[in-house]
Design a protein around this ligand. Structure first.
Ligand code: ZN
Length: 412
């Protein structure tokens, strides 16, 4: 007998409702009208049931630290890096773990059960890294955390940073990161990317680079990543985060790059909430949107997933942990309001994210871990339109979070 059966589940882009049976934390069956009964049954009322949302890009070491020691008044990436440079002097393991755990719980309540976090490894004690490595294990039975070793201040800007990055991989980071546009010279930026690919090879890790997160149309590190991925044949293990300069490239260059992208399968991770606020700060008018070419990449057949990047931190003081808000912003900034385009935005916070993160057992299929999100809307369109909080979040077969819908009574 199954432990739990969800009745009347509408799956994304499928018309016939199904039941989902769960046994020992795994999905045992997905079929219409399952005859068996279970100890607990939940009526999903023909509403949408989806695999968990995937947060493809966040910084758990800096979440919930806005205003410490001061708020970012210019609203720029670079003032954020400065403020964080001051705040990270006073990091402790408990401080990082407490804030990160609170953010992970906020995310789980919103149905986010797969999280890729960057962690700054240019702080010489590696306190935040050790804290998040510990936390990754402590939360393993309800959420999945993947850690990118991220050299926030650049690999070559200080002599010790290169060694710290490699040490982070030795200690167990899942992926190697970078920030080539913030290296001191163009040459250093290119060299940093070659180093990142070499380290990923040597330690058998994924790659996720903060790439071209500027409005400068001459910031062209993406082409270096694409070239390395083509030559090494490892594109599916590589993610390019932000790539906001792609939004400023001239079309002739941009479409040459689109062609190269069809020769590899690297992943793009866009962060529309933060980039619509951070970018274009030096523009007067017309003011650029500062987002990578999400719609055109999607049309090009390239995998694009989405991140929130920040929750109440030195770069961005908003952030509610809900990936549907991120999809909602994407639909606006990328002008993806066609119905198929809105569905595509939903994929970007679910299946595409799973692809970026290399999650092997993702999705509502027999045998996979029973990680499911029950929403109170019939489809992805309405999920994004209303940015709903899930009614139920099921993690490893157990109901982990339950939210009651707000009710409005009205005199008419
Ligand atoms: Zn980031």
């Amino acid at each position: 007998m199954p432990d739990l059966i969800l009745r009347g589940c509408r799956l994304h882009q499928q018309t016939q409702p199904v039941d989902i049976a769960i046994t020992d934390g795994r999905i045992a069956a997905v079929a219409p009208g399952i005859a068996e009964t279970a100890a607990r049954e939940i009526d999903c009322r023909q509403q949408l049931v989806t695999p968990p949302f995937v947060e493809s890009h966040i910084h758990l070491d800096s979440v919930l630290a806005a205003g410490q020691p001061r708020f970012n008044e210019s609203g720029t990436l670079f003032e954020g890096i400065q403020i964080w440079g001051e705040r990270k002097q006073s990091l402790t393991r408990d401080d990082v773990k407490a804030r990160a755990l609170e953010a992970l719980k906020m995310m789980a309540a919103q149905g986010v059960l797969y999280v890729r976090t960057h962690v700054d490894v240019t702080e010489p004690r590696l306190i935040a890294l050790d804290a998040l490595l510990e936390l990754r294990e402590e939360v393993r039975d309800w959420t999945t955390v993947q850690i990118v070793a991220f050299p926030q201040d650049g690999i070559y800007s200080r002599p010790e940073n290169e060694g710290l990055l490699e040490e982070a991989l030795r200690r167990g980071a899942d992926a190697v990161g970078g920030i080539p546009h913030y290296e001191l010279t163009r040459d250093d930026g290119v060299r940093s990317l070659h180093r990142i690919f070499d380290l990923a090879d040597r330690y058998d890790r994924l790659i996720d680079v903060h790439c071209d997160e500027v409005d400068d149309d001459q910031s062209r590190f993406l082409e270096v990543i694409v070239a390395e991925a083509i030559k090494r044949g490892n594109g599916e293990r590589v993610s390019a985060s932000h790539t906001t300069a792609f939004g400023s490239y001239n079309d002739s260059y941009a479409y040459k790059l689109m062609g190269f992208l069809r020769r590899t399968n690297i992943n793009f991770i866009a962060n529309p909430l933060i980039n619509i606020t951070l970018q274009g700060r030096q523009d007067t008018y017309p003011k650029r949107r500062g987002l990578t070419r999400v719609k055109e990449l999607w049309q090009n057949g390239t995998n694009v997933s989405l991140g929130q990047d920040c929750i109440y931190d030195p770069w961005y003081i908003l952030g509610n942990a809900n990936m549907l808000t991120v999809a909602f912003m994407t639909v606006h900034v990328s002008q993806m309001t066609g119905l198929k385009e809105i569905d595509a935005a939903f994929d970007m916070v679910t299946t595409n994210g799973a692809r970026s993160l290399h999650i092997p057992d993702y999705g509502i299929r027999e045998g996979n871990p029973a990680n499911l999100v029950v929403l109170d809307v019939p489809d992805a369109f309405n999920a994004i339109r209303f940015q709903v909080t899930p009614r139920l979040v099921i993690s490893r077969g157990r109901v982990f979070a339950e939210t009651e819908a707000a009710r409005t009574r009205m005199e008419t």
